[in-house]
Design a protein around this ligand. Structure first.
Ligand SMILES: NC(=O)c1ccc[n+]([C@@H]2O[C@H](COP(=O)([O-])OP(=O)(O)OC[C@H]3O[C@@H](n4cnc5c(N)ncnc54)[C@H](OP(=O)(O)O)[C@@H]3O)[C@@H](O)[C@H]2O)c1
Length: 314
């Protein structure tokens, strides 16, 4: 039996390293030697409240979905990768991927080749956030040339990637963020910035074709309806229960939906092409070795600096 280190979520919600058996890839799966594991808000939500799907019996409670690293073994029938390939992805979501570990098994069509021009740390920061951004902007809102879009929490893990994807599709991009992050967001291409702590966004951003609400709480989604033109679309990401009431939507002549991110190698390949072309980049806020991943949870839960938090393994 070959062991590996993984980070287990204890009943008291603390994260500690344990030695467990290294997984083996089944048919159509690859075994990834983890170089970087990104952190997302869903990680600390699951740490505190449990997952979206029940944990299988006898499975250790290991968090994490974002993984980047090197393929070290391929299962039967895999044609997309060979040993030595660098890959990144978000396997299994919303089931457990067990990404806070030295080795991770993924379906070969849940990961894509890592672009040569980024580090493993950058690749590990991307998957869940960038897939959410892509599936919202491209697949759900169908943003195209000339659209006006307002993106809330533009400085967040998802938001700072969503603004770049919308910009690359020719949209006029508006964003809400703290004033301290406005310069960095302008550098990523955001056309108009609103300080949500000092300004009412619905008074400034009006006649939008689309709003991507990555805040979702309180009255943010209902106020977002006021920013839309008739026929406009609202996507609320944090929770399905935060969609405005149907009579509010009907009165404004707009539609609203929630979406849940899905593993998607084809989207990751489009994203990799953008990274190679220099039209998309991820901002890294902070890193820690895997054994200190609990410190990244504390930073993230406190609001944290702009960009992504990533655990690394030498
Ligand atoms: N449904 C899904 O599949 C899915 C997928 C991914 C994420 N999510 C959820 O989407 C949310 C965002 O995720 P994330 O990874 O981007 O989070 P994050 O990186 O933690 O971003 C949080 C950001 O929110 C901003 N913010 C806080 N209050 C705000 C307000 N009232 N108006 C505008 N911005 C505000 C802060 O900006 P400043 O620092 O500039 O103040 C901060 O940068 C989380 O709730 C996450 O769980 C859901």
């Amino acid at each position: 039996m070959t062991n590996m280190t993984a980070i287990i979520n204890n009943p008291d919600q603390t994260l500690t390293p344990v030695e467990i058996e290294r997984p083996t890839p089944g048919p159509t799966e690859v075994l990834i030697k983890t170089a970087a594991a990104g952190i997302n808000p869903v990680d600390w939500k699951v740490r505190r409240n449990g997952g979206l799907t029940p944990l299988a019996p006898n499975q250790p409670d290991i968090l994490g979905w974002d993984v980047a690293g090197e393929v070290v073994e391929v299962g039967a029938g895999v044609t997309r990768f060979k040993v030595g390939d660098r890959v990144f992805g978000m396997p299994r979501f919303p089931d457990r991927a067990n990404a806070y570990a030295e080795y991770v098994v993924a379906g070969s069509r849940e990961v894509a080749r890592t672009p040569d021009n980024i580090t493993d740390t950058e690749a590990g920061a991307l998957p869940l956030a960038v897939l959410t951004a892509w599936q919202a902007i491209v697949d759900t809102l169908h943003i195209c040339e000339g659209d006006r879009i307002l993106i809330h929490a533009a400085s967040g893990g998802v938001g700072h990637l969503a603004v770049q994807i919308a910009k690359a599709r020719g949209a006029e991009v508006w964003g809400t963020a703290s004033a301290t992050n406005h310069d960095a967001l302008r550098a990523l291409g955001v056309d108009h910035l609103i300080d949500y702590k000092a300004e009412q966004f619905e008074d400034i951003a009006t006649e939008m074709d689309a709003v991507l609400d990555l805040v979702g709480s309180g009255d943010n989604p209902t106020r977002s309806v006021q920013s839309l033109k008739r026929g406009g679309k609202l996507v609320v990401i944090p929770g399905a229960n935060e969609i405005p009431a149907q009579d509010v939507l009907d009165a404004a002549g707009v539609t609203a939906t929630w979406m849940l991110v899905e593993p998607d190698y084809a989207a990751l390949e489009h994203i990799a092409a953008m990274i190679e072309a220099g039209t998309l980049r991820v901002v890294i806020a902070d890193t820690r070795p895997l054994a200190q991943i609990d410190e990244l949870h504390i930073i993230g839960e406190a609001g944290g600096p702009m960009g992504k938090l990533v655990a690394t393994i030498d």
